[in-house]
Design a protein around this ligand. Structure first.
Ligand code: PMP
Length: 323
């Protein structure tokens, strides 16, 4: 019989699919690594499994323990999958700007969710960082994965995402493009690919985030960009940056669903905008791999909702309706 022993064993080995419709006029091959094929529907399953495995090995997480983490949702889902398998209690701290559906998903997995104010600085006691720190101190047997500092996050990508891309492209990948949140994806995957061959690593950053320079201000793309430099991000891995604004990212996100059949989140649209800018300048033998971090179902009431788009000033009047 061929079966997995638990859902946690289904993490990784996501497929590459060629983008054929949004790549009009581009000679290079553009391949999307579709991370929503992970059991928790995002790339974060990879770091969750690796972080919990390491915490158990290091004695930081013991039977009956509690996992406390500030997370916008995807990391929480990944942690929940693994925690359920192993019997840990879960408490997730979520800033209120994040989609209601994401919180509902965490609760559906049986997690406790604490919602905090987005509009306070990280050092404020009401911030999601501070609240999770306090809970991790107060609750006996609590372990805080701390996805912004835990090196087992990037290591998870070094050991899985990178080798998968190298294997599946038979070493022909020339460019790897990914959005940067904690930086774990680009740091781990990029490091592996740079060691494996001559691969150019391109980071994609929302306008308003710290990584690619310019003014730091709010933006609506979720899961990427930061207003501080996390320890999980090694900027030396990145050869070049692309900056993408909310409007471009969301327009592409909607095109990916309608034209490619890929219902993905806004950070995926953002990454594809960056990848296409890079690919446009490349010859036919180039192979660009762009990572699509999560599924679009968590954004149905936002990016995929016409009223929400218009209420937030995004123009959808010029969108094509392909036959
Ligand atoms: N997109 C989404 C939707 C995410 O949740 C994350 C993780 N924060 C990212 C992109 C960025 O990945 P990383 O943290 O590995 O840089």
């Amino acid at each position: 019989m061929r079966y997995a022993r638990s859902v946690a064993d289904l993490v990784g080995n996501t497929p590459l699919v060629q983008l054929t419709r949004v790549t009009d006029g581009i000679a290079a091959t553009v391949l999307a690594k579709v991370e929503y094929f992970n059991p928790g529907s995002s790339s974060k399953d990879r770091i969750a499994r690796n972080i919990i495995d390491a915490a158990e090995r290091d004695g930081l997480l013991k039977p009956g323990g509690t996992i406390v983490e500030p997370t916008s949702g995807n990391t929480g889902v990944g942690l929940a999958l693994v925690a359920l398998e192993r019997g840990y209690r879960m408490i997730f701290v979520v800033p209120d700007k994040f989609a209601g559906e994401k919180v509902a998903v965490l609760k559906a997995y049986g997690a406790e969710v604490v919602v905090t104010d987005t509009n306070v600085p990280p050092e404020d006691p009401r911030s999601y960082y501070s609240v999770s720190d306090r809970l991790a101190l107060e609750i006996p047997g609590a372990f805080k994965p701390n996805q912004f500092a835990n090196q087992n996050g990037p290591r998870g990508h070094y050991e899985s995402t990178g080798p998968e891309i190298w294997r599946d492209t038979e070493g022909r990948v020339t460019h790897f493009v990914a959005g940067v949140g904690t930086g774990g994806t680009i740091t781990g995957t990029g490091r592996y690919l740079r060691e494996a061959g001559d691969v150019t690593i391109v980071g994609v950053d929302p306008v308003g985030s710290i990584y690619s320079g310019g003014d730091i201000h709010g933006y609506k793309i979720e899961g990427v960009g930061e207003d501080f430099w996390p320890e999980t991000f090694d900027p030396a891995v990145v050869h070049a940056w692309e900056r993408v604004d909310d409007a471009e990212a969301f327009a592409m996100t909607r095109r990916l669903a309608r034209e490619e059949g890929l219902l993905v989140g806004g950070s995926s649209g953002m990454a594809v905008v960056g990848a296409l800018r890079v690919a446009r300048e490349l010859p036919a033998d180039a192979v660009v791999v762009v990572l699509l971090p999560d599924h679009g179902r968590g954004y149905l009431s936002k990016i995929y909702d016409d009223d929400w788009m218009q209420a937030n000033g995004f123009d959808i009047s010029t969108e094509g309706h392909s036959a």
